[in-house]
Design a protein around this ligand. Sequence first.
Ligand code: NAD
Ligand code: DAU
Length: 356
Amino acid sequence: MRILVTGGAGFIGSAVVRHLVLDKGYEVLNVDKLTYAGTLTSLKAIDNRPGYRFLQADIGDHAVLGDAFASFRPDRVMHLAAESHVDRSITGARDFVQTNVMGTFNMLECARHYWQGLPQTQKDAFRFLHVSTDEVYGSLGDEGLFTEETPYDPSSPYSASKAASDHLAKSWARTYGLPVVVSNCSNNYGPYHFPEKLIPLMILNALKGKPLPVYGNGANIRDWLYVEDHARALDLIAERGRIGETYNVGGRNEQRNIDVVRRICELMDRYRPQAGSHERLITYVTDRPGHDARYAIDATKLETELGWKAQESFDSGIDKTVRWYLENEWWWQPLQQGYDGKRLGLLEPQKQAVAI
Ligand code: NAD
Ligand code: DAU
């Protein structure tokens, strides 16, 4: 089995690549541009494995991706490369449109060209998994869950760019017959998570005794899934998902942001006790523009049709995650040269106009 993975140097992509190489014994070609969010140190466990190859490239580069398809001859594509941080999309949407929309368009076109030239049996077996987010569905009120039928209603430039890419992917299945499957997942957490996102940012700030910035009143709800559970789900969907279908992925772990931050403080009090609880560092700050109130996934289709179940509870996953950051400074310390934890995504009206 040969799998072309895009974005394999990122948070989820690296968990996927490690799973495919170490647990499944597959051959993997990892195509990644190595933006600020990608680092090959996340792949240290596999970088000498004979079945693993890395290509530094932009998914929007037609010639390079065309050659990669022709020479690697994948049985499947798992497309994860994207700009992923909502706050960055608020102040700099261009890269999001370029990579998430145009880059996905290029991946679909390169895959279609390659797939059309395959012998029939390989053509039938080929799959293109487009990896997306629950944020395309917009915000929930107090009740209800996102299902695969929930209408798209994205709020941020990030989620709008992902929604556009989902529509492109599905249309390539309907119009050209490309065997596409789409997954929409909730918030991931775990090891190798870039420390701009809520959970790793709070752990590292707490470690350094810095303020823990909670947006708004902290009552926004996210549905947390341990990243290795997501990696297993993606492998299963790529293998057994029905063509043209969407599968929602989520761990049934809804938490208010403030409760997540308090839980991290409790764990930090246990593993790195200081004079006084880390909770004293919690600081309420200006809310995120367009901040979605609540996400929650109904993963029934994935659970019943493909037999997937999350293995990690939030209690076990967050404990592992805090301990991983405390034990793996070698991984996160170098990343802080590129990003020092400062607030991102606040509107400054005079700077908002973007020249096209
Ligand atoms: P990430 O930001 O950690 O990693 C993204 C990777 O893509 C990086 O390695 C980066 O170098 C690479 N990349 C970016 N632009 C590229 C380009 N133009 N060409 C090639 N490579 C490029 O992201 P993540 O959190 O691992 O998310 C991976 C995917 O999963 C994304 O598509 C995201 O939308 C989706 N997703 C993320 C979450 C989450 O909670 N993090 C949840 C659901 C879905
Ligand atoms: O739902 C899936 C999405 O989850 C993915 O598609 C995105 O790629 C991923 O980044 C994530 O998006 P969020 O915006 O939910 O994640 P983030 O970690 O940025 O924020 C989580 C919540 O915490 C959100 O309600 C905003 C809040 N927050 C975030 C930061 C960085 C804070 O209160 N303080 C912070 O400093």
